[in-house]
Design a protein around this ligand. Structure first.
Ligand SMILES: Nc1ncnc2c1ncn2[C@@H]1O[C@H](COP(=O)(O)OP(=O)(O)OP(=O)(O)O)[C@@H](O)[C@H]1O
Length: 246
């Protein structure tokens, strides 16, 4: 299969700070690609440019062969790109079901009625293991369920490309395994995934390709095995992670 997404020489400056600097890589359709790098490496900034939160200073975002650089966020779900946010943004006053139904209403599937949106949301809740929580308010749930809700809301838009921003942070090992299984299931249904993740076990388990960023620059890409054995990656990223864990 070809590339669903191509990032070409993407840069973002914030008042003199080069948050992302001349980054280029591609995401192959149907695959799971990982994006790793220490805090402040520019990963979320890259997601923000891909998902239209703000335009790049330079460079292009090519999606399904079309240049979508700088396109407004509200057009994105119609395109088939959905994302989760590191700082979760559920609609606090709405139930889990209604949160997911609102995702369905704005998605690529063009569901016109609230009734159909709720029916579709119920399917998504079953699929993501959230059905039992459907009448809960998001604020009353634990981290693992809140993360699942972020994923469910994004999935409800029926994306072809799903961008996951650290959805496994704060999960215990069992919850991490469940999340890995969920992402495999989503991917095997045909959704391409690009994920930012610090949990290396999950990256190694899920990703066919990993892109490594450091101080705004892309320093290498390869299979999980290749990047985890790369002395420079170990020095600047993996070594530090071990230190901060201990
Ligand atoms: N809207 C913004 N305005 C100004 N500076 C920003 C903005 N967003 C990010 N930055 C800066 O850009 C740099 C890259 O941040 P970014 O959040 O993209 O890193 P990251 O790799 O996602 O880090 P983390 O793993 O901590 O989420 C940081 O120095 C950050 O402070």
């Amino acid at each position: 299969m070809g590339n669903i997404l191509e990032i070409k020489n993407l840069s973002k400056n914030f008042k003199g700070l080069k948050a992302v600097s001349n980054v280029s890589f591609s995401v192959e359709e149907g695959k799971i690609t990982g994006l790793i790098g220490s805090n402040g490496a520019g990963k979320t900034t890259l997601f923000n440019m891909i998902s239209g939160v703000f335009p790049p200073t330079e460079g292009n975002v090519i999606y399904k062969g079309t240049d979508i650089t700088g396109m407004k966020p509200y057009k994105y779900s119609g395109l088939g790109i959905a994302r989760t946010f590191q700082i979760m943004k559920p609609l606090a006053h709405m139930t889990v079901l209604d949160n997911v139904a609102s995702g369905a209403l704005y998605g690529k599937k063009k569901i016109g009625s609230l009734k159909h949106a709720k029916e579709y949301a119920e399917e998504i809740l079953e699929f993501t293991g959230l059905y039992e929580k459907k009448d809960w308010l998001p604020g009353n749930m634990g981290t693992a369920y809140k993360k699942r809700l972020e994923v469910a809301r994004a999935l409800a838009t029926n994306p072809d490309l799903l961008l996951l921003d650290e959805v496994m942070a704060g999960l215990n090992p069992t919850e991490t395994d469940e999340a890995i299984e969920l992402f495999r299931k989503i991917n095997s249904n045909g959704t391409t995934i690009l994920l930012i993740e610090h949990v290396m076990r999950a990256v190694a388990n899920l990703c066919e390709k990993v892109v490594v960023m450091h101080h705004g620059e892309m320093i290498t890409e390869g299979t999980p095995q290749e990047v985890m054995n790369d002395p420079y990656v170990i020095e600047i990223y993996l070594g530090k992670e071990e230190e901060s864990d201990g």
